[in-house]
Design a protein around this ligand. Structure first.
Ligand code: UD1
Ligand code: CA
Length: 449
């Protein structure tokens, strides 16, 4: 059965007190709505629809950037969750199978939970609602059930005292038969305390038409929504805790897990070790057996197996580190391929470059890649040896097995196996240091007298 996702993200999120639409606030360095879509991605959805409203243009741009195939539809006025879903009608025309409705500000629904809902749909229910036992039921909608039948959902504002005593609450996630969802949504009215079109009303409407509705329950933690900055920080902590636990399950060692921060898409192989205070930005893959030493910052980087990064290293987008390579302290790598077994151990900047296997870049090597307007490339051959404090003024090529003398400013290509020295020749002036010093001291004595 095909699956389709509708993610509701039109709400203002006024309690964030922000110029930015709520769903663009980030956890794990990805906007909230991306997390909602990621949970649904496990179901391989055929159509994905994002309903935007508040800050529509910014959310649309971010969504298309994330997923060019997503359909973004705009809800002009916020008239309730059923009205929001109705905006997806054209985008879902002719769709068969299951439609999942998710909230863009609810990032922790697990793929397994959605699969359970799909299974309940396959078991013959036309509408499946995700519920949870709330520790503090507060203002959530309450699920009225009889056995495994869901009879209706009552919103807090419209509930009687007896109904408010119910602790089984509506998470907001709903899965319905694509063929009938919009017929049900069309029948929803707004004769209620909030004068809104409640999506939750489709349950009683479906039952009036002889269709079966049921619930699936999940852990309360999955339903956590983000409404305030404080909740955003709590969601970040929850996200990080989940990712650390997953890393352990994947066979990764974290020496001080609470100090390591993951991005939404960080991938780390088995037997990798991550030392304390490491931060992963988006787009990082670490292969098996690599070690990321303390206080390193990685973003858009790929680290090969057995490589050692840091301590205090910075890998920026486009850093491709070969197997068993070494990137040491205070080294920055950007858009550069570092070959297998190559070493850049101290105080270096390598950008827009290719470094061959087992090349050795001495302390303070700098690729001067930028002329103020254009970026230029540096190529360093396999097993080349770059002397400490060499400035490589790009575009420039250092041949295989070539060397540069320390302190050289290399502006021309160096042939394979050649030694390039590009610095002033040294001359020693006998006794000059002593004579100079006595003169300076004499001057100082004159001044203080
Ligand atoms: C909704 C449910 C309630 C459930 C709760 C869980 C309804 C009527 N009520 O209530 O049963 O317990 O969520 O958190 O569905 N949105 C739009 N357009 C709108 C209105 C809302 O896109 O016109 C989006 C919001 O951005 C948000 C989501 O839908 O992501 C839920 O809206 P919200 O106003 O928070 O619903 P609740 O009143 O909390
Ligand atoms: Ca809400």
């Amino acid at each position: 059965m095909p699956v389709h996702l509708v993610v509701l993200a039109a709400g203002q999120g006024s309690r964030m007190n922000s110029d930015r639409p709520k769903v663009l606030h980030e956890i794990g360095q990805a906007p909230l709505f991306v997390h909602a879509l990621a949970a649904g991605a496990a179901l391989s959805p055929e159509r994905r629809i994002l309903v935007v409203g508040h800050g529509a243009e910014a959310v649309r741009a971010a969504a298309l950037d994330e997923d060019p195939d997503i359909a973004v539809v705009e809800q002009g006025e916020r008239r309730g969750t059923a009205h929001a879903v109705a905006q997806a009608r054209t985008a879902l025309a002719g769709a068969q199978g299951d439609v999942f409705v998710l909230y863009g500000d609810t990032p922790f629904i697990r793929p397994e939970t959605l699969s359970m809902m799909a299974a309940a749909r396959a078991g013959g229910a036309s509408v499946v609602v995700l519920g949870f036992e709330a520790t503090v039921p507060g203002r959530y909608g309450r699920l009225i059930v009889e056995g495994d039948e869901l009879i209706r959902i009552v919103e807090y504002k419209d509930a009687t005292e007896a109904e408010r005593a119910i602790t089984l609450c509506n998470s907001g996630v709903i899965c319905a038969d694509a063929a009938i969802l919009f017929q049900l949504v069309d029948a929803v009215g707004c004769d209620n305390a909030a004068e809104e079109y409640y999506l939750t009303d489709i349950v009683s409407i479906a039952r009036d038409r002889g269709l079966r509705c049921t619930t699936v329950a999940c852990e309360e933690a999955e339903t956590m929504g983000v409404n305030t900055r404080q909740e955003l920080a709590r969601a970040e902590a929850t996200f990080q805790a989940r990712r650390r636990a997953e890393a352990f399950d994947d066979g990764v060692s974290l020496t001080a897990p609470e100090t390591v921060f993951f991005a939404h898409d960080t991938v780390i192989g088995r037997d990798a070790t991550i030392e304390p205070h490491v931060i992963f930005g988006p787009g990082v893959t670490i292969e098996s057996g690599a070690t990321i030493r303390a206080f390193s910052h990685l973003e858009g980087a790929h680290v090969g197996d057995g490589a050692v990064i840091g301590p205090y290293a910075r890998l920026r987008p486009g850093a491709e580190i070969g197997g068993d390579a070494r990137i040491g302290n205070f080294v920055e790598i950007k858009s550069a391929e570092i070959g297998p077994g190559a070493k850049v151990n101290h105080l270096s900047y390598v950008g827009d470059a290719t470094v061959g296997e087992r090349a050795n870049l001495g302390a303070g090597t700098v690729t001067c890649n930028y002329d103020g307007v254009f970026k230029h490339r540096t190529e360093i051959g396999a097993q080349a040896f770059i002397g400490s404090s060499t400035m490589l003024v790009a575009p420039v090529r250092i041949g295989t097995g070539a060397m540069t003398g320390s302190g050289s400013v290399i502006t021309q290509d160096v042939p394979d196996d050649a030694l390039a020295i590009a610095r002033a020749r040294q001359s020693n002036k006998e006794g000059l240091a002593r004579r100079l010093m006595s003169k300076l001291r004499a001057n100082k004595a004159k001044r203080t007298n």
